[in-house]
Write a protein that binds this ligand. Structure first.
Ligand code: PEP
Ligand code: MG
Length: 593
């Protein structure tokens, strides 16, 4: 049975169990705070006399100012988050501020008050409804998803007019577990870390925005748990298991006891993990493993330092191209990258070339989505079609490489020629820079490829002859191998990097790298899941790159592992076709020490 609430047979309790996708490790026990972002603000419409129109319009402007002050406070809160999520929230809240100050929304409401002679609250609700409809009809997925932001601004405006708005997430009880249909970036800005202990949503995938925020706040969370929001009431007791994806509403006394114990065990292990920061990651039988961090923003470097990572295995460079009207210049990119290189003080930095397309930014670089963006002009294909952008980025990387060790990583590589072309372009850029007298990396940085297309994995031997290293991107590799959109909750239950097809591709790529004598890492989300560490190491992977928060748990899994004892069984995973025997093998590997 897939993702359906089960009601406990125990007549004393009304325990309901939901199953979703786990995103943030740990267990939270708290009380339900229901937040339905689809809820429409209910207000009474009043007709106002002609003489009161100005007064009503003035009341609206005052409310907009009050709401804007509130949003500014949230912005300062977001800045303190000091993470990718915090920075993104800052941008979203900027958009909210704009909506609240002399924008089309405020002007539209003003006009409506005068033309329909109705109270400000009713005019806001009508205007928001119209805007939401217009946005929903837009073909651009990013814009159509901004509806929840518009509703949030409307809700805030109505609240500032002195009207009771539907329950938001800024008035949480203590120990709140927010149960929502989904949470937009704007919603997450309202989360008070002192009051919230967990999150559970009915929509979203394990790599949705909410999942990223949950991980960066260290909150246990579950996404894609169908039916949950419609079957909970405010104030009910709830347990969220961020490791298994289970959610218990109104848990029985037995369940509560079990989970209190599990939570206490988890918290104790978190404490002891902190002590591992400067311990080398070596398996029990002496294999040295390298643990690195994935980052999306320079501001995450403090978290990297705290995690004890040996360097950066994946620096997603898209951030430099976000939220701006023009492309970043070579000097601007150099300024950002050189800061990071300096801060890493000799530890390696793997910079991935701009990976636009599909779900990632497109507008800011003028990319027009093709008929099927996931299979279209993305990653290295885009870079080679827009040489100027690529050359500028390479120039900035080569200059940053003069200040410390950097590696260049190419996303979505499919054929050998793509690597050769980048090398030719890099050589040309280097000559130009030398003529200009600029200091650049010497020798030129290693050029590696992401293995994230099934065809690239199957042709890994050919690619290994041309690449200096491999980074296996299991997020896209799983998506493309199993034909499952990684952000679509409807098929999230099928998204499984342990599918034998995905494991065979990982194994084949790792073997091709080892035969060619080049390093190979895994940098997809799989690398940060300590339950999968034995499998990846069993395939011969010696480098794992992950969100910094996951690193201590993965290190513990490495330290506890006797690699020789499980390698044979891991290899058998890829030749086993019987699901029952596969499960036995996986269980054995998971329990082996
Ligand atoms: C991947 O696809 O596994 C990966 C690491 O890249 P991204 O998640 O940025 O697509
Ligand atoms: Mg990818």
């Amino acid at each position: 049975m897939k993702n359906k609430a089960k009601v406990s047979g125990d007549s004393e309790s009304r325990e309901r169990v939901f199953e979703g996708q786990p995103v943030g490790a740990g267990i939270s026990i708290g009380v339900v705070h229901r937040y339905d972002s689809r809820a429409v603000v209910q207000v009474r419409e009043r007709r106002i006399p002609l003489t009161k129109i100005r007064v009503e319009q003035h009341r609206l402007l005052e409310a907009a100012t009050k709401a804007a002050e509130y949003v500014s406070d949230l912005q300062s809160q977001a800045q303190r988050m000091n993470s990718a999520a915090g920075e993104e929230l800052g941008y979203i809240l900027d958009a909210h501020l704009q909506m609240l100050s002399g924008s089309r929304l405020v002007r539209g409401v003003q006009k409506r008050i005068a033309s329909e002679r109705i109270n400000a609250e009713a005019a806001v609700v009508k205007e928001i409804g119209l805007m939401a409809e217009a946005f929903a009809a837009m073909e651009d997925q990013y814009l159509s998803e901004r509806i929840s932001d518009i509703r949030e601004v409307g809700r805030r405006l109505v609240a500032s007019l002195g009207h009771a708005a539907p329950a938001g997430i800024d008035d949480l009880p203590k120990n709140a577990v927010v149960v929502a249909d989904e949470l937009s970036p704007a919603d997450t800005a309202l989360l008070d870390p002192d009051r919230i202990v967990g999150l559970a949503t009915t929509l979203g995938g394990v790599e949705s925005h909410m999942a990223i925020v949950a991980r960066s706040l260290g909150l246990p969370a579950v996404v894609a748990a169908p039916g949950l929001i419609d079957d909970v009431k405010n104030g009910e007791a709830i347990i969220v298991d961020g490791s298994t994806g289970k959610v218990f509403v109104a848990p029985s006394a037995d369940t509560l006891r079990t989970y209190r114990l599990k939570r206490a065990r988890f918290l104790r292990s978190q404490q002891s993990l902190k002590k591992l920061k400067s311990v080398a990651a070596v398996t029990k039988d002496g294999f040295r493993i390298h643990l690195l961090a994935n980052i999306e923003l320079p501001s995450e470097l403090d978290a990297v330092a705290a995690s004890g990572a040996e360097g950066i295995g994946l620096f997603r460079s898209e951030f430099m191209f976000l939220n701006r009207d023009t492309l970043p210049t070579e000097d601007q990119q150099f300024a950002e990258l050189s800061q990071v290189v300096k801060k890493l003080a000799g530890r390696p930095l793997t910079i991935r070339i701009l990976d636009v397309g599909a779900d990632k930014l497109g507008d800011s670089v003028g990319l027009k989505p093709g008929p099927n963006p996931v299979l279209g002009l993305r990653g290295i294909r885009f870079a080679l079609a827009h040489r100027k952008i690529l050359m500028t980025q390479l120039a900035a990387i080569l200059r940053a490489g003069a200040m410390g060790p950097v590696r260049i990583l190419l996303p979505m590589v499919c054929i050998v020629d793509e690597i050769k072309e980048v090398r030719d372009i890099m050589a040309r850029v280097a000559r130009k820079l030398r003529r200009r007298g600029a200091k650049i990396a010497d020798p030129l940085p290693p050029v590696g490829v992401m293995i994230e297309i099934p065809g690239a994995a199957l042709a890994a031997d050919a690619l290994a002859a041309e690449a200096d290293f491999f980074a296996i991107g299991t997020n896209d590799l799983t998506q493309y191998t199993l034909a499952i959109d990684r952000s679509d909750e409807q098929v999230a239950y099928l998204y499984n990097p342990l599918h034998p097809a995905v494991m065979r591709l990982i194994q084949f790529s790792a073997e091709a790298a080892s035969a060619a004598g080049i390093p190979v890492s895994v940098c997809g989300e799989m690398a940060g899941d300590e339950r999968l560490t034995p499998i990846l190491l069993g395939f011969g992977i010696t480098e794992l790159s992950m969100a910094p928060a996951n690193l201590p748990r993965v290190k513990k899994a490495v330290l506890d592992l006797n690699l020789a004892a499980i390698t044979g069984r891991v290899r058998r995973l890829t030749s086993e076709s019987d699901p029952a025997r596969l499960k036995v093998l996986l269980d054995y590997i998971a329990q082996a020490k």
